[in-house]
Design a binder for this molecule. Sequence first.
Ligand SMILES: CC(C)(COP(=O)(O)OP(=O)(O)OC[C@H]1O[C@@H](n2cnc3c(N)ncnc32)[C@H](O)[C@@H]1OP(=O)(O)O)[C@@H](O)C(=O)NCCC(=O)NCCS
Length: 375
Amino acid sequence: MGFLSMEGINIRFIQPEDGEACNEFHNNFYGKNRTLAQWNWEFLHSGLPDIPFVIAEKDRRVLGTLAQIPTRMIDEEGEFLTGKSEEALLDPVIRGTGIYPALFDKIFSYMESQGVLVVWGFTPAIKANKRAGFEVHTSIGQLFFPLHGDAVNALLKNNLSSPIKTRGIKMLCSLAGVFSSAVLCCSGWRINRSLARDIRIQTLSAPPRECADLCRAFVRQWGGTTVLRDEAFLRWRIFENPHLRATFRAAYLNNRLLGWVAYALDDNSVGHIVDIIAASKQLHPKNIETVVAALLIDAVVKLRKTGALGVRAWKVNNHPFDNLVARAARKVGFYYIPRGEWMVLHYLQGAAARPSLQSLDNWYINRIYTEGVLG
Ligand SMILES: CC(C)(COP(=O)(O)OP(=O)(O)OC[C@H]1O[C@@H](n2cnc3c(N)ncnc32)[C@H](O)[C@@H]1OP(=O)(O)O)[C@@H](O)C(=O)NCCC(=O)NCCS
């Protein structure tokens, strides 16, 4: 707890004109230079009557922020709304005072009033989020394709592993960096080569018209739930992203959309698989593994050309498609590294009646769910 009197702290929903102060609070704390246009892009797209963004303030000074990005998801029963938590930050002087749970109380009741079924997020701050009413779920594992020995340093930034594990990862990556190109060349032997040859992969500059249908086919084929990547969502998160626009490569067989990969390179020259998804009634799951492998190889080769030190993707849970991506990734030379932040969930009224929400293994999650800087 800090030294500021807690009296007179006001918690309220913001108006659009509060954006500048909220963004400045974020930039000052993290030493960033996010622009107001980027802030507007992130937080003024909610489609809800009030901006789902609350602040704690005293004497008109912002001391805490908490926001939601309403995210439409889809399962076999249809579409539903969820809230992705962002911008959780308190000035150190008001930490440990119960303000954080109070911000969430306000957010939870508003999101519930808007028919949102679950609020979720990724965080290293497990204790604080448990106190605010969240259940803590699985941690996010990484699939990593080293392209250069220096990838190790970027990969281990903020790593929570023990020093011994860290040394192990460093050794593994240095060796793997040497062999990775060879593995990539040989990966053709482990996938259906004739199918891989027939798949056409193409860069798109706008969302494919069939993207929402592909998500519907995805949940029918693989079960569970995932973000509804309809045209509006992809345009907003990827094609009009004012931070960094991910490259979007779509895979077709006989002119039919099979899926896509979106990838981006961060400031540390690490490539990220922002999104990867595939579904097809016509193809056996084993062959979809080939589609995913072809998309991953495509992303790695293209990212290598742009100077990437390595490529990261997520391995989160036992959703059938999450497992398929991991199998395909290993075949083309990715390594699995258990690491990272935790996923936290808070169920709201109505969630209990939704079978797909009952287990986190039902969620197909990847980077497209995160805060936007990479997609
Ligand atoms: C996360 C935050 C809003 C929680 O505020 P709060 O509810 O008042 O809780 P506190 O800051 O007192 O932290 C509670 C506990 O969580 C831990 N914690 C807080 N942030 C953490 C983080 N980023 N990683 C790991 N642990 C964290 C604290 O160390 C503390 O642990 P302790 O009880 O063993 O001392 C606040 O700590 C904060 O603004 N942190 C910086 C931003 C941040 O880390 N955001 C995470 C994204 S959710």
